[in-house]
Design a protein around this ligand. Structure first.
Ligand code: 3AT
Ligand code: MG
Length: 335
């Protein structure tokens, strides 16, 4: 019955394809933004090199993983030999250095979970967060970037899902909903599950990229240009995939037993990960395994209240994709 419904729905929903593509295109940053980001990075690199000649700056997050909207912030990681210094000392020193240049609103947040320096560059208007030695984020940024190069539908789907999540207020980790990073992983998982698959499982293929980061082995096949048109045997349109994505998270995912795992290209059982009960504040009500830090559940921020909010939002979106005469508008209606 499910298959029948999917096929019946398919021709119908394809009418909305160009509208969804228009939404996607309206969110893509313009080239001049990239230029400005590079400009700011160069300024920062010069300032950092004066104090720490061996340190390096890396971009991570949405400014580098190809899932960034226009006008998003710059996430930067300072990679530095710490010696006897604490991260917070480096953060304070860095804030000092940046302050003396003409950057604005320089703030050192030393007591945050991840110590960062926040700043605004008046020349480019870009806001920026700089953290110290967060190399796992740099590596998972590259993984997302490489997945996005395989099939354009990942980027289209993830933009639409992120836009939906931001519009509906379910992209707020401090309120118990999910990070953008988690949503992109959900999209990758979903496209790995399509038949025929639209994305492969890069971590299950031969290794062409390897980094040991904080004793975590990060390894996968990164020569994705050699995959050709991997997803082309699957002709599903973006509108259909948006419909199927919300249908999957509303009605098909087993929240009680399953863990989404991009690393294995499949789902795992909560039991094998020992994610069956609440430990401290980690409740595991929706389980999304980090591809590299495998003990890390990106759903751990979700609590018994916010899981209901999330699932109701997935159901609302699924209903809209099924029945609404104007899904491209209703889906993104502010909550
Ligand atoms: P926005 O466009 O800013 O919403 P983003 O891609 O910058 O999305 P986040 O702000 O959620 O995503 O996170 C920034 C990066 O930090 C993305 C990822 O490389 C890393 N990251 C975020 N959350 C985690 C996490 N829980 N575990 C590991 N890495 C994470
Ligand atoms: Mg960000």
């Amino acid at each position: 019955r499910h298959v029948k419904m999917q096929t019946a729905c398919r021709k119908d929903i394809d009418r909305f394809n160009s509208q969804f593509l228009t939404v996607f295109e309206s969110l893509i940053p313009a080239d001049e933004e990239r230029v400005k980001q590079k400009q700011l990075l160069t300024v920062l690199e010069k300032l950092v090199a004066k104090e720490w000649p061996d340190a390096r700056l890396y971009l991570y997050g949405s400014c580098a993983n190809s899932f960034g909207f226009s006008k998003s912030d710059l996430d930067v990681c300072l990679a530095i030999e710490l010696g006897n210094n604490e991260k917070s000392e480096v953060v304070l020193k860095l804030a000092d250095i940046l302050q003396s240049d003409n950057l604005q609103n320089v703030q050192a947040l030393t007591r945050a979970r991840v110590p960062v320096v926040k700043l605004m560059d008046p020349v480019t208007g870009i806001s920026c967060d700089i953290c110290v030695n967060n190399m796992l984020a740099v590596v998972n940024t590259k993984l997302l970037y490489d997945y996005a190069r395989i099939d354009v539908r990942l980027r289209q789907l993830a933009f639409i899902v992120k836009h939906w999540a931001k519009s509906r207020g379910v992209n707020e980790t401090y309120q118990g909903t999910l990070s953008s990073y988690a949503y992109v992983l959900m999209c990758i998982h979903f496209l790995q599950q399509r038949r025929p698959a639209i994305l492969p499982c890069l971590q299950a293929m031969n290794i062409t990229y390897f980094r040991n980061v904080d004793n975590v082995e990060c390894a996968y096949f990164d020569q994705v240009e050699k995959l050709g048109n991997f997803g082309s045997r699957n002709g599903e349109s973006i509108a259909h995939l948006v419909w199927a994505f919300f249908h999957y998270w509303a009605y098909c995912h087993d929240y009680a037993t399953d863990v989404v795992s991009v690393r294995t290209g499949s789902t795992l059982s909560k039991r094998t990960k020992d994610w069956t009960r609440r430990v401290g504040n980690d409740r595991h009500l929706i389980c999304i395994e980090d591809p590299f830090e495998v003990s890390h559940d990106l759903g751990r921020v979700v609590d018994k209240y916010s899981i209901r909010v999330l699932r109701e939002e997935f159901e609302r979106a699924a209903e809209i994709m099924q029945y609404d005469p104007n899904p491209c508008v209703t889906l993104f209606h502010p909550y």
